[in-house]
Design a protein around this ligand. Structure first.
Ligand SMILES: [Zn+2]
Length: 440
């Protein structure tokens, strides 16, 4: 059976001791990754000098690491071994992306600069309605409790505590999964798992920190349901003033969360710069750390508002059409234009494209990326006359040939719809759906 992989990102509410573990696990992952990258560089130099028979691989490096782990890095045993495996997997992926020309040469990960995260393999954790177990967390927390400050107390009956401490609270229930209430949870790990619906398989989970909060992203493989989509074709013009204008006349407003919170952001940044910071030890004052957290949370809030609007917008479109034509905007190039940069970044158009592509696919439709040099704004949607220029300040398209007057963005959306239908017919050789705008 064909399956599709979906991820659900859930906010974690860790206790302080649990957070210490998460931080340590992410730190260990960063260390191991950097160690591997450093070794890779050395091995490669030796290989080029003829001292080694073959180039380095992530697998070889992992073996090498595990051989000296006990001796040189005993502290890595404080966290689950998934952290180490995940780090080498990531290193291998980073290099294969580099060799395939998809990414730049891998960089060392920096504390506070790189995304803090680590993997947990699917057989190492269990999920319940409101909790997730993180491997080795229970032992770690016990150790922390025993060496509580200066006094060391031995906790008796450790087994009783272990599982409770190893559970991190989840802010919401894992989607896609219907737990079977008739079965009582067993004592063994496999039986303890609440995920009992047979069609769902957990693939992997990643725990990471973003926007001042810890999250777990659980990937599940669920069966793919084939759908026949009979909706008409649409064109969509993405913009700055409004997120999207659809060829059937719908308009989606852009909430511009960044401009809304800009004053607040600026104030926090100013406060941050006034707090004490020692560049030698890279240690900031307590107040500084507090403001840093506030700042991270505000950035997270802005990203969430943007993500929410984009999800709603793309879902609404994916539900009402089988083909959508959308301009393949060269987002990076546009953001380099300084005047437009902030507004463009605030609109987050790359995310819209990404969401739309996956959602259209899931709904059995196609998102057609129209070439970015296609003159969607300069062409008359009525007679096909192409203007030489159409500066951004003109909000209405007036055709010199047939005299039609139409909103600039709606005109572009109709042109995109027409172009998408042409591509579906001539390039993809698929049956052409009806026109959503009624202009064929
Ligand atoms: Zn015209």
């Amino acid at each position: 059976m064909e399956t599709t992989i979906k991820a659900h990102k859930i906010c974690l509410n860790p206790m302080p001791e649990q957070e210490a573990y998460l931080r340590r696990a992410a730190g260990t992952r960063r260390f191991v990754y950097n160690w591997g990258l450093d070794q890779w560089k050395q091995h490669y130099a030796e290989y080029q000098a003829g001292q080694r028979a073959r180039p380095p691989t992530a697998y070889d490096l992992k073996q090498q690491f595990n051989a000296i782990r006990e001796q040189e890095f005993p502290w890595t045993h404080d966290v689950t071994k998934c952290v180490i495996e995940g780090a080498f997997d990531d290193l291998g992926k980073a290099f294969s992306n580099f060799f395939a020309g998809r990414a730049k040469y891998p960089n060392f990960k920096k504390r506070n600069k790189s995304h803090e995260s680590f993997y947990i393999a699917n057989d190492k954790f269990s999920v319940g309605d409101q909790w997730v177990t993180v491997p080795v967390l229970g032992d770690f927390v016990l150790k922390e409790r025993e060496s509580n400050g200066t006094q060391t107390e031995k906790i008796r009956n450790r087994r009783k505590y272990q599982r409770k401490l190893g559970k991190v609270n989840l802010a919401e229930k894992l989607r896609f999964v219907v737990s079977d209430c008739s079965k009582k949870a067993g004592k063994r790990r496999q039986e303890r798992k609440k995920v009992s619906s047979p069609s769902v398989k957990i693939v992997v989970a990643t725990i990471g920190k973003s926007g001042g909060y810890w999250y777990i992203s659980i990937q599940v493989a669920i069966p793919r349901v084939p759908v026949v989509n009979t909706q008409p074709a649409l064109g969509m013009d993405v913009g700055i003033k409004e997120s999207a204008i659809v060829s059937d006349g719908r308009r989606f407003e852009n909430q511009k969360p960044l401009s809304k919170y800009l004053t607040k952001l600026k104030r926090l940044n100013r406060d941050l710069s006034r707090k004490q910071y020692d560049p030698d030890t890279k240690q900031g004052s307590k107040n500084r750390e507090e403001i840093k957290l506030k700042l991270a949370r505000l950035h997270g809030q802005i990203a969430h508002i943007r993500e929410d609007t984009h999800h709603k917008l793309t879902t609404a479109i994916a539900r009402t059409c089988s083909v959508v034509g959308i301009e393949d905007l060269h987002v990076k190039g546009l953001v380099k234009n300084r005047k437009l940069a902030r507004a463009m970044a605030d609109a987050g158009l790359g995310q819209v494209l990404r969401f739309l592509e996956t959602k259209m696919q899931a709904a059995g439709g196609v998102a057609v990326l129209v070439d970015r040099f296609f003159p969607s704004t300069k062409t008359c949607s009525q007679c096909g006359h192409v203007k030489k220029r159409m500066p951004l300040k003109y909000r209405t398209f007036i055709c010199m040939k047939c005299g039609v007057m139409i909103d600039r963005d709606l005109n572009a959306a109709i042109n995109l719809e027409r172009e998408a239908r042409r591509i579906v017919r001539d390039v993809l050789h698929l049956p052409v759906p009806d026109s959503g705008s009624g202009r064929t």
